[in-house]
Ligand binder design. Structure first.
Ligand code: ATR
Length: 271
């Protein structure tokens, strides 16, 4: 029987995940169907229950439900536990396994595809929601010189600092505190790009040679990446490569076989 999977989020109309997973399935001769589910902001758990009752085997979870997915899981992988957020659910008869493939996807995309070594670099993460939480520890494992986390709601950045400081040099704070400082790798983990907004970065944060990375992707450069290009970043990348890399990790969790993502990025970029 054809197994059923989906991505669940809000918004979800622009997602490329169904296309990616259909291509993975074709590549690896897997019999599955993959859909997109738009869940109301207050209806995540109910939408998951309906999907499961219809025979759904697994979900990718995107904005803004990664923390709710964490709470819903009855078992969690170590990396989901450490992130405190879940982007992949796998259903069995009695259990809901929660995993987090975002960190592996981001680090893989930056180091393997973009060939940008994180070791020794000054890293800035903007945002302190589920997307940010999922990538702090995988980034720390790459031994950067430091990680600064900036957020509009300062308390959330400080909470991430408390959570991750035992594992490496992490500090949280307000955007204003970045004034006069420079970073080699600036990662936008906010949802600002989805509404065409720009996080309130002070001028001059991009060090010479800096890579600006937006975890969001779109058909055009995001507002943050356009700003980065105009303000001294040497290289900019959107989250399409991360999307592909984390999708491959999810596919592996569900199906036990690993897709080859290398040929797919240009294909997706073309539409
Ligand atoms: P996700 O799970 O994808 O991280 P989230 O938990 O809703 O989604 O978090 C969204 C993040 O984007 C938050 O850090 C949010 O900042 P606040 O905590 O201050 O709300 C950030 N964000 C959203 N819009 C933003 C904007 N226009 N400027 C700066 N930060 C923004």
């Amino acid at each position: 029987m054809t197994d059923l999977y989906a991505v669940i989020g809000n918004p979800v109309a622009q997602t490329k995940s169904p296309r990616i997973h259909a291509e993975f399935a074709r590549q690896l001769k897997q019999d599955l169907r993959y859909e997109a589910i738009l869940a109301p902001h207050d209806g995540f758990a109910a939408a998951v229950a309906v999907f499961r009752a219809a025979g759904g085997k697994g979900l990718n979870v995107t904005l803004p439900f990664k923390l709710e997915a964490f709470a819903l899981a009855t078992e969690r992988s170590d990396r989901a536990e450490q992130a405190g957020a879940v982007n992949t659910l796998k259903f069995d008869d009695a259990t809901i396994l929660g995993d987090n493939t975002d960190g592996a996807g981001l680090v893989g995309d930056i180091q393997d595809r973009l060939r940008y070594a994180i070791r020794g670099k000054r890293v800035l993460i903007m945002g302190a929601g589920g997307a940010a939480r999922g990538v702090v520890l995988p980034l720390l494992r790459c031994e950067p010189a430091s990680i600064a986390i900036a957020n509009r709601t300062v308390e959330k950045a400080l909470a991430l600092e408390r959570r991750f400081a035992p594992f490496g040099p992490v500090e949280g704070g307000a955007y204003a505190r970045l004034s006069g400082r420079q970073f080699d790798l600036v990662i936008n983990a906010t949802s600002a790009s989805l509404s065409g907004e720009l996080p309130p970065l002070p001028p001059g944060v991009f060090a010479p040679g800096a890579l600006a990375y937006d975890m969001v992707y779109g058909s055009e450069l995001t507002r943050f990446l356009a700003y980065a290009q105009d303000n001294g970043a040497e290289q900019v990348a959107d989250g399409l490569g991360m999307l592909l890399a984390q999708a491959a990790e999810s596919f592996f969790l569900w199906r036990g076989v690993r897709p080859d993502t290398a040929p797919m990025i240009e294909l997706l970029r073309r539409g």
